[in-house]
Each structure stands twice: as C-alpha cells, then as structure tokens.
Design a protein around this ligand. Sequence first.
Ligand code: NAD
Length: 246
Amino acid sequence: MTRKCAIVTGAARGIGLATTDLFLDRGWQVAMVDWDHEELTQAAATRSNVHAITTDISKPDEIAQMVQGTLDWAGRIDSLINNAGIAEFGSITECTYDMWRRVMSVNLDGVFLCSQACTEALKQTQGSIVNIASISGLRASTLRVAYGTSKAAVIQLTKQYAAELGEFGIRVNCVAPGPVRTKLAMAVHTQEIIDAYHDAIPLNRYGSERELAEVICFLASEQASYVTGQVVAADGGFDSTGVGLP
Ligand code: NAD
C-alpha cells in the first residue's frame, strides 16, 4: 500500500519534529522542510520514510522546488502542515519595520505561499492543510504586535482557504498552541511571562510538543473528515479564561 505523504514545515525541531514522528508512527511518509540545513539533516538522518528538503518557506522559488521535490520523491501530497514560524517580541515603538516584515514574511506569507503551491497536488488526494497559529493570534498581549498579528492573519487565512478549497474536498484547519518549551518560545519567554502563563492557564503548565502533534495529526487525518475552517486552541484552557499576560 502506498504510504500517505505529509509535508511538515519547520520539521527540524520542536512541534514540527514531534509532528513528523507522530505521522511516521501512523505509517505516513514525511517531507521534512526547514531552512536550518544542519539541524534538518541531523533530524532526518535518524528517521526512515522521510525526505529532507532545505527550504526557506518565505521564498516562492524555493517553495516551488520543495513541492516538486516532494512529488518526485513520494508521488503525492496528502497533507501540508504549515508549522514553520519565528517569534520576535517588542513593544509597538520597538517593533521596527524590518522586524515586522521578517515576522510577516515567514509566519504569514509562508503559510499563504506553501498552501497555494500545494493546492493542485492536494486536489488529487482530497488532502488537508493544517496551519499552526498561536493563542497570540486569538488574544492580544503586550509585545506581540507583529507575532500576534501574523498569527491572527493565519487564522483568517485558514478560513479563506477552507471556504475556497472545500469544493475540491480539501479541508483546511488551524491549531492555536499555548506555550510549549521549544527554542522559539524560550528565546522570548522571560521568567515573568513563564510565571504568568502558569497562573493564567487552567491546567497550570506548559504543553508538550507531543500534545500539539496529536491535535495536528488528528486534524490532518480522515478522523476529522467533516472538520474544516476551524481553529483548535491546544492551550491548557488559556483562551477560555480572561486572565491576561504581561
Ligand atoms: P522551533 O523554533 O522549535 O521550531 C520552528 C522551526 O521552524 C525551526 O526548526 C526553524 O528553523 C523553522 N523555520 C523558521 N523559519 C523558517 C523558514 N523561513 N523556512 C523554513 N523553516 C523555518 O519552534 P516551535 O515552538 O516548534 O514552533 C512551531 C510553530 O508553533 C511556530 O509556527 C510557532 O509560531 C508556533 N507556536 C509555538 C508556540 C510555543 O510556545 N512554542 C506557541 C504558539 C505557537
């Protein structure tokens, strides 16, 4: 039987690597995509049924090569997981235009471009897209003017794609993670933010990469065959409360 194929962007570490491993556990093959060539090559070297493709997902030419490379390798694309992202925190006055553009080009442009580039292949499999937004796209807190806005836009992009691609049998959903102790989060979470999250989250803890991967893989799977255009907050209940952050 031909293995289903997922493209996971930002697969070299963190939530993307955990998602890759869960797809592999479930018998899929995975095109692992990341711009960090060294970390990606190392992660792929210890796994079977994967194909590493070094790509900057904010660059249309590189994305086109990545999609063609996946099709040459696997012959199909059943799911696209738009997970790659960057976080840069700063107040509105600290957020330079360069910072704003860096965050938007990866977190928002990357999701738009990768989804667009995979659409024809996904029509062939009646596949699915799962975008990784953030609770920062659902609720505003200080310092996240670029990051939070990029993630709110990803939530709307999810709905736009779901509305337009439904007629082709393509489902498009979004996961909004709460805090997870990855390299991305630990670079911007001060002790003050860590303490505030622990207090504000009803489950009183950070999530794990695996807990996020479970939700992502569910939305990508046939078990979610009647779910599209949705945002699932996997956040320990943070979004359900009104408690704020510094
Ligand atoms: P991470 O830093 O561990 O992993 C992100 C990966 O994306 C890295 O391997 C990085 O090299 C890659 N990447 C970044 N920009 C890229 C680009 N332009 N092209 C290709 N690859 C690129 O971070 P993570 O926490 O696992 O983040 C995964 C996703 O989850 C991100 O979209 C992030 O915004 C989102 N998220 C994370 C948290 C958290 O607390 N960790 C919370 C909410 C949302």
